[in-house]
Design a binder for this molecule. Structure first.
Ligand code: 9MR
Length: 440
C-alpha cells in the first residue's frame, strides 16, 4: 500500500511529527504511557507525536483484576479512550505474564484445571471488554528464560507449555480482529534466548495456534544494541508473522554526556531503521517517551536518560535521530499559520489504467475544525476522474479538494476520509506537496 502524509503544526514546537513521518514509511511509531499523566504537556505530546499507545501498567492483571472476579477498568479505559480521541492505535499489554499478578492469584494454591479456567476467563473478560478497540494484544509476555527454555512461571509450572496455546485461542475467541503477539526481552538479537523464542513460535504455528506477531521489547543499553537485530526480526517475519519493536529504550550511565546522547541518537535511529528494513515490521514503540516517565532509574540505579525526551519534555538528540531515520531532513516549508490538520493519502487499489485513493484528514489541533482544504500534486500524469466526500478539482498536476458541507466539521482528534478514482499511464508514485489547511 502506498501512503503519503504531511504533518502540520505540532502543538508544542515546530518540528517533525513522528507519527506522521512513520505513516509515510508505512509503520506506526508508538509510546507506552501512564494513564494518570495524560493531560497537559505530557498528554499533548503523547497525542501529537505518537500513532499508538501502550498502557505501561494499566492493563496488567493486578491492575484490572485486583480481586477475584472484580474488575477495575478505569486506567485502561482512560488510555483506550484517549487513543480513540487522537486517532491512535492501541497495543494491549498484557494478558498473561508471570509478573504484576494479584496476590489472590499467586497465593491461591489453585489446582491446574481451575488455574487454566481463571486464565482463560481473565482473557475473555479483558480482551472481550476492548473487542474491536485494541489493535494488538501482547497475549503472552516474557515466556522465556535466558537460556531459551520456557520460563518456570506459575503458568508453566502448573499448566505446562499448553498454557501459551490456550491463551492465544482464548484471545482470538474474545477479539477476532486483534493481532495477537508473544512478547519478550533479550530476544532482540540472534542468540540462545531468541532461538528459544523462534522454536516456540514455530511450534505454535505448527499446532495451528492463532498467533499473528512477535514483539521484541528492546530494553537496550548504549553501545550494546545487537548488530543482529535486523536479521533476527527478519527470521521471525519469514515465518509469516508480523514483528514489532514494543518497548524500546536505550539507557546509559548517569550523568549524561554529550557523547552518550550522540551515541543514543545513532542507536535510536538504528533500531528504527532496522524496523523499516523488514517489510513485516509494523512499528516501533518506545517504553515511555520522556525520561521522567521511565522505569529505568528505579530498576537500574545510576542509569537512565533512556527515552527520546528529557525530564522536562524537551526533545533529545535521540528524538531527532528517530525523525531522521523516518525521513525527516529538517527542510520543507514551515506549516501555514492557523493550520491544525494533517492528511494521509493511501492508494487502496490499482489496476492497469487507474487507481483508487483514500485521503484522511485529521484534526491535530485543540479546537474543532469548520472546513478544510487539501492540496497536492500528482507528478506522473495521474488525473482525477471521480471523487466522493469532497469537491475535487485539478489543474495540470495540481489537485485541490475542499470539504463537502456535511463533513466540514471535524472534532478535535477526529478525522474524515474522502476518496477518488484516478487514471494513470505507467507508474503511480505518491503525491508530492500534500498539505492540509483549515477553513473558516
Ligand atoms: O514500565 C513498567 C513499570 O512501571 C513497572 O514498575 C514494571 C514492573 O515490572 O513494569 C514495567 O514494564 C515492563 C513491561 O510490562 C514488560 N517488559 C519490561 C517492562 C519494564 O520492566
Amino acid at each position: 500500500m502506498l501512503a503519503a502524509t504531511v504533518a502540520v503544526l505540532p502543538l508544542l514546537a515546530d518540528g517533525p511529527v513522528l507519527r506522521d513521518l512513520a505513516d509515510t514509511r508505512g509503520i506506526t511509531y508508538g509510546t507506552a504511557v501512564t494513564a494518570s499523566k495524560l493531560t497537559g504537556a505530557y498528554g499533548e505530546l503523547a497525542g501529537e507525536q505518537f500513532g499508538a499507545l501502550t498502557p505501561g501498567n494499566e492493563m496488567k492483571w493486578e491492575s484490572v483484576e485486583p480481586t477475584r472476579g472484580s474488575y477495575s477498568w478505569s486506567g485502561a479505559d482512560r488510555v483506550v479512550d484517549f487513543a480513540e480521541a487522537h486517532g491512535q492505535k492501541v497495543r494491549g499489554h498484557t494478558l498473561v505474564w508471570h509478573s504484576q499478578l494479584p496476590s489472590w492469584l499467586t497465593g491461591g494454591g489453585f489446582p491446574a484445571a481451575e488455574l487454566r479456567t481463571l486464565m482463560t476467563d481473565h482473557i475473555a473478560a479483558e480482551a472481550g471488554r476492548y473487542k474491536g478497540r485494541v489493535d494488538y494484544w501482547d497475549v503472552v509476555n516474557e515466556p522465556l528464560d535466558e537460556d531459551g527454555s520456557l520460563r518456570r512461571s506459575l503458568w508453566y509450572e502448573q499448566l505446562g507449555e499448553s498454557y501459551i496455546a490456550d491463551a492465544f485461542r482464548a484471545a482470538r475467541a474474545a477479539d477476532p480482529d486483534a493481532k495477537l503477539y508473544v512478547n519478550d526481552y533479550n530476544t532482540d538479537g540472534l542468540g540462545a534466548k531468541s532461538d528459544g523464542l523462534y522454536a516456540l513460535v514455530k511450534r505454535l504455528i505448527a499446532q495451528g495456534v492463532p498467533i499473528d506477531g512477535v514483539g521484541f521489547q528492546a530494553h537496550l543499553i548504549i553501545g550494546q544494541v545487537p548488530a543482529t537485530l535486523e536479521a533476527n526480526l527478519k527470521r521471525f517475519a519469514d515465518l509469516g508473522l508480523d514483528v514489532a519493536v514494543t518497548e524500546l529504550d536505550i539507557r546509559m550511565a548517569l550523568p549524561v554526556t554529550d557523547a552518550g546522547l550522540a551515541q543514543q541518537k545513532a542507536e535510536f535511529a538504528r533500531v528504527t531503521t532496522a524496523c523499516l528494513a523488514v517489510a513485516r515490521c509494523v512499528g516501533v514503540t518506545v517504553w515511555g517517551f520522556a525520561d521522567s516517565d521511565s522505569w529505568i532509574p528505579d530498576t537500574f540505579p545510576g542509569q537512565g536518560a533512556a527515552t527520546p525526551y528529557d525530564e522536562n519534555y524537551v526533545p533529545k538528540p535521540a528524538y531527532t535521530g528517530i525523525a531522521e531515520a523516518l525521513g525527516w531532513t529538517g527542510g520543507g516549508d514551515p506549516p501555514p499559520a492557523g493550520s491544525s490538520c494533517s492528511v494521509t493519502h493511501t492508494v487502496q487499489n490499482e489496476w492497469g489504467s487507474g487507481f483508487t485513493a483514500a485521503l484522511t484528514v485529521r484534526n491535530t489541533g485543540t479546537a474543532p475544525l469548520d472546513g478544510w482544504k487539501v492540496t497536492w500534486e500528482y507528478g506522473a500524469g495521474q488525473r482525477v476522474t471521480q471523487a466522493w466526500n469532497a469537491t475535487v478539482t485539478q489543474s495540470a498536476a495540481r489537485v485541490t479538494a475542499v470539504n463537502a458541507a456535511y463533513n466540514a466539521a471535524v472534532p478535535t482528534g477526529g478525522s474524515v476520509t474522502f476518496g477518488l478514482n484516478g487514471s494513470r499511464s505507467g507508474t503511480n508514485p505518491p503525491p508530492t506537496g500534500l498539505l492540509c489547511t483549515t477553513g473558516s
